[in-house]
Design a protein around this ligand. Structure first.
Ligand code: MN
Length: 339
């Protein structure tokens, strides 16, 4: 039986070109998008370990710090957060989980200019940012559930061994981007590849404990206060949670502590649209929006200058939490009527 995962490669020619470059070149700079997540860090480190084990010279660069719950991934201590003036001659720049140079951060122009070759491995919507860049090979396919999966297929194609550190990084990438196999992108191939990574040494229990069971206590104190703000509208179709500056002050929590709070609003059976309104400093509000089926929350976010995907979007604005909540409900009514 053909492997489910080899069916994922649609552009064999491009895929093989990318693999050949990884194989033949010796100097690499690996990077990913700002505010990196498990797929960005996991795919970058997974590829970094593999290249390093082939004796290649690898710099791993992320403008932003590694989130606390990802610090366990092998190699995070070697990630550079400052870039030297020049990255050297004949360097291949590999951009992972990011198809837009601007999303690398403030050093994107320097990196793109100084690289002699650019490899883009990504699964976000391709806006053609590298289409006219002659030195770029951009393998971008939205049907991939994680960039880490694309990295794994390249390593298999090259017959490079998937060691335990590589397996740990790539498994974490897949877990993160499939929402631990709960998102709509979860396929049989995702399970097949995760299974192969567990065989190669990834420990699902240890990794899940790091990813989902290692929060600071203050997060749960903040969550307690936030859950008490729950309001539902439109016969339970819309749920809103809020965090005020006072809640952050009382609990000592920081913005990162609110990761996926919107998921608690979304988890109500009747809910179609979930809203989390976060005001860390008075007057500055960040909003997370989620939907389950038919509401395109990116349209709502766009009305406030933000963006995102159909089922997950967000924006920042000014005002207090109550004002912003009212404005969102009004916009939702304008776009969809009563849900
Ligand atoms: Mn990703």
């Amino acid at each position: 039986m053909a492997s489910l995962r080899s069916d994922l490669i649609k552009d064999r020619g491009l895929f093989e070109k990318v693999a050949a470059e990884l194989n033949s070149r010796t100097h690499f700079v690996l990077t990913c998008h700002v505010r990196p997540d498990g797929d960005a860090i996991g795919s970058m480190l997974g590829l970094g370990h593999a290249l390093g084990e082939r004796g290649k010279d690898v710099i791993i660069y992320s403008e932003d710090a590694v989130p606390k719950n990802l610090e366990f991934l092998p190699g995070t201590g070697d990630i550079e957060h400052k870039l030297p003036e020049t990255i050297g001659d004949d360097v291949v720049l590999c951009i992972l989980d990011c198809g837009e140079p601007g999303r690398i951060g403030s050093k994107s122009e320097q990196l793109v200019e100084q690289a002699s070759r650019i490899i883009v491995l990504d699964h976000h919507l391709d806006n053609g940012a590298f289409a006219n860049e002659e030195k770029a090979l951009a393998y971008i396919d939205q049907d991939f559930f994680a960039t880490g999966a694309l990295v794994m297929l390249l390593l298999e194609h090259l017959k490079w061994p998937v060691t335990k550190p590589i397996a740990t990084c790539l498994y974490s990438a897949i877990i993160t981007d499939t929402g631990a196999f709960r998102h709509s992108n979860t396929t049989a191939a995702a399970f097949e590849m995760a299974s192969a990574l567990v065989e190669a040494g990834a420990d699902p229990y240890v990794i899940s404990n790091h990813l989902y069971q290692s929060y600071p206590e203050r997060r749960i104190h903040l969550l307690g206060l936030v859950l008490r703000t729950l309001e539902v509208f439109d016969h339970g179709r819309v749920a809103v949670l809020q965090a005020t500056p006072e809640m952050f002050r009382i609990t000592g929590a920081v913005p990162e502590d609110t990761e996926d709070f919107v998921g608690f609003a979304r988890s109500i059976d009747t809910v179609e649209v979930a809203v989390f309104v976060r005001e860390v400093h008075a007057g500055h509000v960040t909003v997370s929006l989620r939907s389950k089926e038919f509401v395109n929350v990116a349209r709502i976010a766009k009305a406030f200058g933000g963006g995102g995907h159909f089922h997950a979007a967000g924006f920042t604005t000014t005002g207090n939490t109550a004002e912003v909540r009212d404005a969102i409900l009004k916009e939702l009514g304008k776009l969809y009527g009563e849900l």
